[in-house]
Design a protein around this ligand. Structure first.
Ligand code: PEP
Length: 251
């Protein structure tokens, strides 16, 4: 029906050698386990080309952590969707909370980025999630609803074949604090209900909704067992082959 997915977000970690070593370790480790989900890794942009080459014969898919919305031009330091495609990348993470917080990516920029990625036939992993204050003030459903409405819920129904959602409560990213499986399920069910309301259930049932926020081999199975949780976006634990493999094996 819909894909289960475990996607690693390496952030600004791993130089060229470390990238090669971790991918080789993962390729080996994944040969030993049964894999019941899609597996993605997202190295830094400078290492995407080698990552694509090193995963040629592997189940691992390579995604980018970000891209610029413009086709080309005077945008020093940026990389376009076409450039990602050109090196064999098929998926891009957009809207990660670190991009929103440290690089000022707002709904308008993200709308443009998502459009550019889809025009270039890239799959998008769209991230969103509430802050701790939003959760404490019980505003988390409103925040998530507006993050989705302002960027992706106006896309055509057919676009959803190329979009994966990643609910990442900001208070759980890199903090060791995890949403409980029940909290994750509650929010994922709410997200799916927004998709049902907007597009109907046949579209909504096919969209993978990932949870992100301190997922580890020790909590992955319980979180992934929830009906509307279709996998995870993994930060810290994707940097160690044994931990990442342990999370993949949770499916
Ligand atoms: C992330 O950055 O997307 C993430 C979920 O990080 P961590 O797993 O380290 O909390």
């Amino acid at each position: 029906m819909r894909n289960n997915i475990v996607a690693g977000n390496w952030k600004m970690n791993n130089d060229a050698t470390q990238t090669r070593v971790l991918i080789n370790d993962l390729n080996k480790a994944l040969e030993e386990v049964s894999i019941n989900c899609r597996v993605l890794i997202s190295p830094t942009s400078i290492n995407l080309t080698s990552a694509v080459a090193l995963t040629q014969d592997s189940v691992i898919e390579v995604s980018a952590q970000n891209m610029h919305q413009a086709k080309s031009g005077a945008f020093t330091g940026e990389i376009s969707a076409e450039m990602l495609k050109d090196v064999g990348v098929k998926t891009v993470i957009l809207g990660h909370s670190e991009r929103r917080t440290y690089f000022g990516e707002d709904d308008k920029i993200l709308t443009e980025k998502v459009a550019s990625a889809l025009e270039n036939n890239l799959e998008v992993i769209f991230c969103f999630g509430e802050s701790l204050e939003d959760r404490k003030s019980e505003n988390h459903f409103n925040v998530v609803e507006s993050q989705l409405k302002n960027v992706v819920l106006s896309l055509s129904a057919s676009s959803w074949k190329h979009i994966v959602l990643a609910y990442e409560p900001v208070w759980a990213i890199g903090t060791g604090e995890t949403a409980s499986p029940e909290q994750a399920q509650e929010m994922h069910a709410f997200i799916r209900s927004l998709l049902v309301d907007t597009y109907g259930s046949s579209v909504a049932e096919h969209v993978s909704i990932l949870y992100g926020g301190s997922v580890k081999p020790t909590n992955a199975r319980e979180i992934f067992s929830k009906e509307d949780v279709d996998g995870g976006l993994i930060g810290g634990a994707s940097l160690k082959a044994s931990d990442f493999t342990g999370i993949i094996s949770a499916f």
